[in-house]
Ligand binder design. Sequence first.
Ligand code: ADP
Ligand code: MG
Length: 235
Amino acid sequence: MSILIENLVKKANNQYILNHLNLEIKTGKLVTLLGPSGSGKSTLLRIIAGFEEADSGNIWLTGKNTTNLKIQERQIGFVFQDYALFPHLTVFENIAFGMRIRQIDPKTIQFRVQELLQLIELENKSQYYPFQLSGGQKQRIAFVRALAIEPKILLLDEPFGALDSQVRQNLRRWLCHFLNEIQVTTILVTHDQQEAFEISDEIIIFNNGQIQQIGLAQELIDYPYTSFVQSFIAP
Ligand SMILES: Nc1ncnc2c1ncn2[C@@H]1O[C@H](COP(=O)(O)OP(=O)(O)O)[C@@H](O)[C@H]1O
Ligand SMILES: [Mg+2]
């Protein structure tokens, strides 16, 4: 089991953001968290990554309890909607950043960044700065930057949200293909049903900080457990 979440609670202003959440995700799977805006999806990812703390409950990542685990020890790659590239660093240094923090030797860094740049077909842009690139190019860089540290787990928070639909589709296909090859446990957050249906092994329908149902696209359409799922999943 790659990710195990037990009874996770997060509150703000006396309201549940995450309401006694339980979830297991098997190694190498791509699961999608699909739910309306404000349902707690980003909060859950941030807590898994260690950017934020839960009020109670446990998270186990590849068998380790995260209670006292620092962000860098979690072996997690994170991609946000808005790329969040460092504007003052070149493409090369953006991808190298996590490895430099972990004091990986410069030769290995050089090699790995080149390899990743080839993979996204941006070898010739290594000395560019983010402002000199298109949205799709920046997002590809954000993906490989997250992968550069060879994470066990990849968390993608609406990573295609800021892109127009053609680029979004291309990048989605690229990601699918790519994830098939590298086998990293991935949680993708989206509010886009089409996107969820197209690329997930499993879909988790999320609302009000709770899991409504987990299943394949067709199961959710054919056998919705709750009226929320039924109305949210329009075939
Ligand atoms: N630190 C916080 N303090 C107060 N409210 C918060 C905080 N973080 C998130 N929220 C609230 O929690 C809810 C879930 O937010 P979020 O996880 O961003 O949802 P989603 O990603 O599904 O759109 C929202 O209503 C948001 O306003
Ligand atoms: Mg969000």
